[in-house]
Design a protein around this ligand. Structure first.
Ligand SMILES: [Zn+2]
Ligand SMILES: [Zn+2]
Length: 324
């Protein structure tokens, strides 16, 4: 089958690779849409040691199941594969599974390809009124849903929120917070092209460029850079929550003195549980996460140029979706 291979930092090419070889309980999905994630971009830049080259990237995928109980039907893939029996899985934290595997992290290849193999239980049926391209947004939306849920659980009275970062995860976090009742949510987005798109097309409220003395009950850092952690440290209210999901810089930026003196809770969050993924799909499919229209579509073979455009900051919508 055809796939896009990352064979060195910033080097992607279309190649012929072996077809998937499903294990017990797995099915092959014929891919129709795969989004380009921030994690794919980190790997592309050679900054993700979990994804050594050569590798097929891509995990935000939807397509048509070619076997099992959904055979011939359109499905969205939960790309996080869990054992179901370890102590974390038993507690519902399937994202922390001791035997976790991810689509696009070795030994598993990714979904910038014509086909991918996944356990049948990782598939969710896509309703007729939702396109396969829209369904591929469930994965980033689930990341946002999860961080919003953990912040809400830590601070149920929280009413105001700032989301730092205007990628799909930032937008998904804002949509998740609003759907879960934190209606006073604003976004801080530095790229002017992206900021205009989120404001005018996605109906999101933008924080002023200068936040002044503003403070927020909940801050979600969907960038994870030194600068974004400095912003979160400065603008979280006493007793507030920082949900940290971005992965840009490994260290630096937190003002631990202020966070200590003001009893701020910092929550590191990673992906979503299987329950989050299902709840997100339900919410997205019945319209609670707004119109699923914040992407542009490009053919799979144009992936190299898409990555170049993303690094240049030239892409207005939060997602580029590749179609084989
Ligand atoms: Zn993703
Ligand atoms: Zn497990």
């Amino acid at each position: 089958m055809k796939a896009i291979i990352l064979d060195a930092a910033q080097s992607l090419r279309l190649a012929d690779v072996p077809d998937p070889d499903p294990r017990e309980g797995e099915v092959i999905v014929r891919i129709e849409a795969t989004g380009i994630c921030g994690a794919d971009r980190l790997a592309y830049l050679g900054k993700d040691d979990r994804r050594p080259v050569p590798l097929v990237l891509g995990h935000e995928a939807a397509g048509v199941a070619t076997g099992g109980r959904f055979s011939g039907q359109r499905v969205v893939i939960n790309p996080l594969i869990f054992c179901g029996t370890c102590e974390f899985c038993q507690a519902g934290q399937t994202n922390l599974c001791l035997y976790r595997e991810n689509v696009s992290i070795p030994p598993r290849q990714g979904a910038f390809a014509e086909q991918v193999q996944v356990p049948e239980r990782n598939l969710i049926l896509v309703p007729d009124e939702v396109s396969t391209q829209q369904a591929s947004l469930i994965e980033p939306l689930a990341c946002g849903w999860h961080v919003a849920r953990l912040c809400r659980r830590a601070f149920p009275r929280g009413r105001t929120a700032l989301v730092i970062g205007g990628g799909a995860i930032g937008l998904s976090a804002a949509l998740g917070l609003k759907a879960q009742g934190v209606t006073e949510t604003v976004m801080a987005v530095s790229n002017p092209t992206r900021r205009a798109f989120l404001r005018d097309h996605c109906d999101q409220d933008m924080a002023p460029q200068d936040l002044g003395l503003a403070q927020f009950d909940i801050i979600i850092d969907a960038v994870g850079s030194v600068a974004s952690r400095q912003m979160a440290s400065a603008h979280v209210r006493p007793g507030g929550i920082i949900g940290h999901i971005g992965l840009d810089d490994v260290t630096g930026g937190f003002d631990m003195r202020r966070l200590t003196l003001h009893e701020v809770t910092i929550i590191g969050t990673y992906t979503y549980s299987a329950m989050d993924f299902e709840q997100t799909a339900d919410a997205a499919f019945d319209g609670r996460l707004g119109p699923l229209d914040w992407f542009e579509v490009r053919p799979l073979e144009d992936a190299p140029q898409a990555f170049v455009d993303l690094e240049a900051g030239h892409v207005a919508p939060p997602r580029i979706i590749l179609t084989p």
